[in-house]
Design a binder for this molecule. Structure first.
Ligand code: KG4
Ligand code: ZN
Length: 351
């Protein structure tokens, strides 16, 4: 049995083919980084148009790599929540069209559940129940994951996502998009203690993140209140490195602090981390140390499965096995749908 998984939630057009034993037969990712770089962030309309151009070539290339044809595909899984509405629609329409044409079932994938499932794919074994931490450009959230499909929201950011903060601070420092890797590179030469940036809520046990105050603190460290918005061009390389290192350390402290609160509160001993920011080397080093100290079974998605990809759409195999197929009027759900425990946010409430 072969599953074609599609991913188009943000600015990566991706497809993968998996079998029911979770073997990855092929995976293709077409990144749009070059298209969005000059804007310093993802422009939704550009993203959806680029998905339209790329989705069919990406599917073709994936089939070719797997040495299969559409005749060999038994079901299509597509991420339909959360993400950019226009981007999600492209993947969903492609998936529905294939399902109608081939008379095969349609499977909905929750992109956040999929980010955690990337850890399951890398581990090659069951990692549930776990606490799931998703740190990406659009999300910084903690979930209690009883099974791959049973996902309970524990808490998340009340303003910016961690990746979003990386991207915005990079723009202030005049570093190129995407900001995460740029900040990480600059931070490698900087002093983490050069600036005492705030760590919101770090010393209480609420499961919330806030990065907007940190972002403002960086802005004021570059140019005080009332001064023009900094462009980064007036800073020396050492100042940029110190600001980047101090900012990165503050984000890492908050992410790890709250992940540990979630593990403690749920009593679950496994922690799975996914999303683009989980690619950050300092974050990986620190959370690995902290988890070892607390005897937590830590799984961080490998670098190629941290940022958006369709291999993590393998969670569609779980839905397939559970008989969770979707009607062809399935819609996209751009925002995070927070359901009570037991219900998946990937589908509508219709059934
Ligand atoms: O998961 P992802 O590819 O897309 C979303 O679903 O948002 O995450 C992209 C985000 C961007 O904000 C990017 O700056 C950040 O992940 N990112 C990083 C690193 N690599 C990517 N942040 C920190 N350090 C990195 N090495
Ligand atoms: Zn993502």
């Amino acid at each position: 049995m072969h599953l074609l998984a599609l991913e188009s939630t943000c600015d990566e057009t991706a497809a993968a083919i998996l079998n029911d034993r979770l073997d990855v037969l092929a995976s293709v990712i077409a990144s749009q980084e070059d298209l969005h770089r000059r804007f310093g962030g993802v422009v939704p309309e550009i993203a959806s148009r680029a998905h339209v151009e790329r989705i069919l070539p990406v599917i073709d290339e994936t089939l070719k790599k797997a040495n299969l044809t559409l005749d060999d595909i038994d079901a299509v899984a597509v991420a339909n929540t959360p993400g950019l509405a226009g981007s999600l629609l492209v993947g969903l329409v492609a998936a529905k069209t294939l399902c109608v044409a081939r008379q095969i079932p349609l499977i909905a994938v929750n992109h956040l559940q999929a980010h955690i499932y990337a850890c399951r794919m890398a581990a090659g074994r069951d990692v549930y129940p776990c606490v799931g931490l998703i740190v990406s450009g659009g999300h910084s959230s903690l979930y209690r994951c009883r099974t791959p499909l049973d996902f309970e929201f524990l808490g998340g950011t009340i303003d910016d996502a961690a990746g979003e903060a990386f991207d915005k601070v990079a723009a202030m420092l005049g570093l190129p998009y995407p900001g995460g890797p740029s900040i990480e590179r600059a931070a490698a030469l900087g002093n983490r203690k050069a600036y005492a940036f705030p760590r919101a809520f770090l010393h209480d046990d609420r499961l919330e993140f806030s990065f907007s105050g940190l972002k403002t603190a960086v802005r004021y460290a570059i140019a005080g209140p009332g001064k023009p918005i900094p462009s980064g061009s007036d800073l020396t390389p050492q100042q940029k490195a110190d600001l980047a290192a101090s900012f990165q350390e503050a984000v890492v402290d908050c992410l790890i602090g709250k992940a540990m609160v979630a593990v403690h509160r749920t009593g679950v001993s496994t922690l799975c981390v996914g999303g683009g920011v989980a690619a950050n080397a300092r974050f990986r080093e620190r959370i690995t140390e902290e988890s070892a100290r607390r005897k937590i079974d830590l799984h961080i998605a490998p670098l190629n499965l941290c940022t958006d990809n369709a291999v993590m759409g393998a969670i569609g195999v779980e839905r397939w096995k559970a008989g969770l197929f979707e009607p062809l009027d399935l819609d996209v759900f751009p925002g995070v749908v927070r359901r009570p425990h037991g219900k998946s946010a990937a589908t509508t409430d219709k059934k």
